[in-house]
Design a protein around this ligand. Structure first.
Ligand code: NAP
Length: 455
């Protein structure tokens, strides 16, 4: 590798690290995205410089990739980002696996490089099919419920053990080329079998884990190709994916093994058979006068806000209440919505000041002193059953203590359950008013009913 390319790679690696650091808080997140993009452009430029004999291949791949990627980025709604992410992991993992396969047939490397190549292709192929399955479940083209059968974990383990065993054989005897297609085929099948017993509810966590596998595969590819930048970028991707999935597991009070082998979501249908229970509902006009009379309001956004794209209307409502001297804050649950940081991204898009967004642990102590908790399209993350009902599938999940507010108003379209498929005790409390309607339309109605302030 020429030394200029190496310098470009070091710069690019540094930009990737800074990008992750900046993406840590909403204030610097945009800068983080730009740094990551610049790092990637430099990585491509550095590779072009190093392989200037074959630049037309790199340019061709760049153009085809952009022709597919750019429309996907613009056309897919933000609520579909988890499945889009799964698709990009599938593509990344397939790329690593295919490069590894080509390397194997061209060079049949020995020793350490062969170890890296076996890891690269094993992780690459299984992540490819696993991510496609995850995408299918999230997009609901595949059944969301866990598909289980007897001795499933044992069968999966054996299959993986056979694939790994063949991989070890290939490391010692790389010339056994007939084994490679069997090895790749088993990895592909394992990817499918690994994901089908996991319910749709756990797919976002699984995607973070698959992200980690794709990163590790790219890191192994870096060792196989002796490309330092791939090692750095793959290691960053591998570790950040793992950290993210651990954070998500914690926020849902689930263990890794429970997510991967627990077949969560299997028994939830039973919980759906809800009996007729009493609840109170109110109109937008009534809601407006309750809000007007409050001195502190905590808005609790959730998935429904994202579906309705109500963030701008909520900004207007919060501005209008603040203009009346009412203290308005937003309570952010780490897994509200369908991807980590979903609510931060939405509210930042509507330019709601960051200091108004308060994380769960910090805001929970404030609900007891708050006049109105206004829940907008959030459900599971407010369900007190997580604290009290040991039989609930979400028992132990940290929640926003909305039920401790002096009064609660919930905007949603019906009494239907949220992601976990279970009823929410919050809706039946005496202090709760249900505001039925689409989040955006209902907030617009409230705004209309708030008396206009002059001056
Ligand atoms: P949720 O429990 O899924 O509930 C969302 C609610 O929004 C639904 O009950 C729905 O009720 C309502 N809704 C849908 N469309 C609406 C619209 N247009 N207008 C108004 N309301 C609408 O959402 P959440 O409280 O945000 O909880 C997130 C769930 O996702 C948790 O169970 C969490 O564990 C899971 N999860 C999240 C992540 C993540 O990274 N964020 C990852 C994995 C799993 P109606 O149908 O009655 O309107």
């Amino acid at each position: 590798m020429n030394s200029f390319t190496n310098y470009v790679y070091i710069l690019s690696g540094a930009l990737f690290i800074l990008s992750l650091k900046w993406m840590n808080t909403p204030v610097t997140a945009r800068r983080g995205v730009k740094a990551g993009e610049l790092g990637m452009v430099l990585a491509i430029a550095g590779t072009l410089l190093n392989h200037h004999n074959h630049w037309e291949w790199i340019l061709g791949a760049f153009l085809i990739g952009s022709a597919v990627g750019v429309p996907i980025a613009y056309l897919m709604p933000m609520t579909a980002v988890p499945q889009r992410t799964a698709l990009s992991h599938a593509c990344g993992a397939l790329a690593a696996a295919v490069v590894g396969t080509a390397e194997y047939y061209q060079r049949q490397p020995h020793g350490f490089v062969m170890v890296a190549l076996v890891l690269e292709t094993l992780l690459g192929y299984l992540t490819f099919t696993g991510s496609l399955m995850a995408m299918g479940k999230l997009q609901e083209v595949l059944p969301q419920r866990p598909l289980t059968y007897r001795n499933q974990n044992l069968i999966n383990f054996l299959l993986f053990a056979v694939a790994a065993g063949i991989g070890v054989r290939l490391i010692f005897v790389p010339s056994d080329t007939f084994l490679f297609p069997i090895f790749a085929g088993l990895a592909l099948v394992f990817g499918v079998l690994l994901i089908i017993p996991i319910g749709g509810a756990d797919m976002p966590t699984v995607i973070a884990l698959l992200n980690s596998y794709a990163g590790l595969s790219a890191c192994a590819m870096g060792f196989a190709l002796d490309n330092h930048l791939l090692v750095i970028a793959g290691a960053l991707d591998g570790s950040s994916g793992l950290i993210l999935s651990i954070i998500m597991c914690k926020a849902m009070n689930r263990s890794f093994t429970n997510v991967l082998f627990g077949a969560f979501g299997q028994v939830q249908a039973a919980a759906l058979a809800h009996e007729q229970r009493h609840y109170r509902s109110a109109s937008a006009e009534e809601a407006a006068s309750i809000l007007e009379a409050a001195s502190s309001v905590i808005v609790v956004p959730g998935y429904g806000l994202a579906v309705a794209q109500a963030q701008h209307k909520i900004r207007e409502l919060s501005d209008s209440l603040a203009a009346r001297g009412i203290d308005v804050k937003f309570a952010i649950h780490p897994v509200a919505g369908r991807m980590p940081g979903h609510m931060n991204v939405l509210l930042a898009e509507a330019e709601i000041p960051y200091d108004k967004l308060v994380e769960m642990d910090e805001i929970n102590g404030e609900f007891a002193q708050c006049d109105v908790a206004l829940v907008i399209g959030a459900n599971d993350v407010t369900n007190p059953a997580a604290r009290t009902d040991k039989s609930s599938p979400i028992f132990g999940m940290p929640i926003l203590d909305v039920d401790r507010a002096r009064s609660v108003m919930v905007i949603k379209r019906s009494m239907n359950p949220g992601f976990a498929g279970i009823d929410n005790e919050l809706y039946y409390m005496d202090k709760t008013l249900m505001l039925f309607g689409d989040a955006k339309a209902f907030v617009a109605e409230i705004l209309k009913d708030l008396p206009i302030r002059v001056g």
